[in-house]
Write a protein that binds this ligand. Structure first.
Ligand code: PLP
Length: 355
């Protein structure tokens, strides 16, 4: 993970990469991720919630910690207590924060979020521009130390929305001379003609996700997942498998039941009822399809094509790793790698072998 962060920082030109560690560092664990990144030289973190900011602060006492979801009413004290930086995204948030600062509270610099596409969070670009041009007093009163926007489709290099967002944001940055800026998420690092500004905000790519879908993954894998075979059985043609008998063997098949399921965060959407492709496990490198529905604690895998020697009671099969990268796992569950990562369950035995 730290080597991925270094690689991304290298792509950030004269700026440097921060690290997005929201959602428990995308399922990896905030504390181990932030500790490793801090040791590796990262000094700027982005989380979604104050609670995540507090956990980040506990392991990174000197870092700048931005809370992306912004300022919920009445939370200024929590920000001040933990020296967290709110990412302010509306006039109301700006006013509440500026009032708190004027009351004499010692606080970390805030960020200003300008929305250039998503209609999700942030001042809409027109409002952002007028604020930047005409209300320097408000910017000053709120102690803005960073201005940012977020890409809606940076993983799709062909989407013309990217250039529109880059252009809209550049006007806002120009109107705020001297204030550092941030636009790049993971995929943003691989967009042509996108300025890096001072800070970038990679998340997914740090954890080994592919920021360039459809192209070879420039990042190193970070997460692996294995589960053990608990039982093996042979079924004959016509036999039904799993809850509600959603899969029926067409011939003699060898099935392995492995001990993980949706209670571990492996999506039930990776189920493979009759005629539908679902998830896969790698058994000694051979891709073996799930059959039937994913249960709470168990998944049934058709291991007929795998080497019999690899299909033993107690043998480990791979659910994430090798050719089964996060994108492939996401596709098998009709979702994206991000959701696979952020759902990694608490029930797994977790081993950190050098982040
Ligand atoms: C989640 C998030 C990021 C990180 O996005 P990745 O695609 O995971 O790199 C960056 N900025 C904001 C505002 C985010 O919400």
């Amino acid at each position: 993970m730290v080597s991925n962060w270094r690689a991304l920082s290298g792509l950030a030109g004269t700026g440097h990469a921060g690290a997005v560690v929201k959602a428990d560092a995308y399922g990896i664990g905030i504390e181990p991720a932030v500790s490793a990144l801090t040791q590796g030289g990262c000094d700027t973190f982005f989380v979604a919630h104050v609670s995540e900011g507090i956990r980040t602060r506990a392991v990174a006492p000197d870092a700048t910690v931005y809370v992306l979801n912004g300022l919920l009413p009445g939370t200024c004290d929590a920000y001040a207590a933990h020296r967290l930086s709110p990412v302010l995204g509306s006039h109301d948030e700006l006013l509440e924060w500026a009032g708190f600062r004027q009351g004499g509270a010692a606080v970390a610099p805030a960020a200003l979020h300008v929305d250039t596409a998503m209609n999700r969070l942030g001042l809409w670009q027109g409002e952002g521009l007028s604020l930047a041009r005409e209300r320097k007093d408000t910017i000053e009163a709120a102690g803005i130390g960073l201005v940012m926007t977020h890409f809606a489709s940076s993983e799709d290099v062909g989407d013309p929305a990217n250039a529109r967002q880059i252009a809209a944001f550049s006007h806002i940055v120009e109107a705020l001379p001297g204030i550092p800026a941030s636009i790049k998420n993971s995929s943003g690092h691989f967009l042509k003609d996108c300025p890096s500004y001072q800070v970038t905000r990679p998340g997914y790519a740090l954890y080994g996700g592919n920021p360039t879908p459809g192209q070879p993954n420039p990042m190193k894998p970070v997460v692996g997942l294995t589960a053990r075979i608990i039982q093996l059985r042979d079924v004959e043609a016509g036999m039904q498998v799993g809850y509600n008998g959603r899969w029926t063997a067409k011939g003699r098949r060898r099935l392995a039941t492995i001990c993980l399921g949706y209670a571990d965060g492996y999506p039930r959407n990776a189920s493979a009822p009759e005629g539908t492709a679902g998830g896969f496990a790698l058994v000694d490198g051979v891709s073996c399809p799930f059959v039937g529905t994913v249960s709470m604690d168990l998944i049934i895998v058709d291991v007929t094509d795998a080497a019999p020697a690899a299909c033993k009671r107690g043998a480990a099969v791979t659910l994430i790793g090798g050719s089964l990268d996060l994108e492939a796992v996401g596709a098998g569950a009709k979702t994206i790698g991000y959701e696979i990562l952020t759902n990694l369950g608490r029930r797994y035995t977790r081993r950190y072998v050098g982040l």
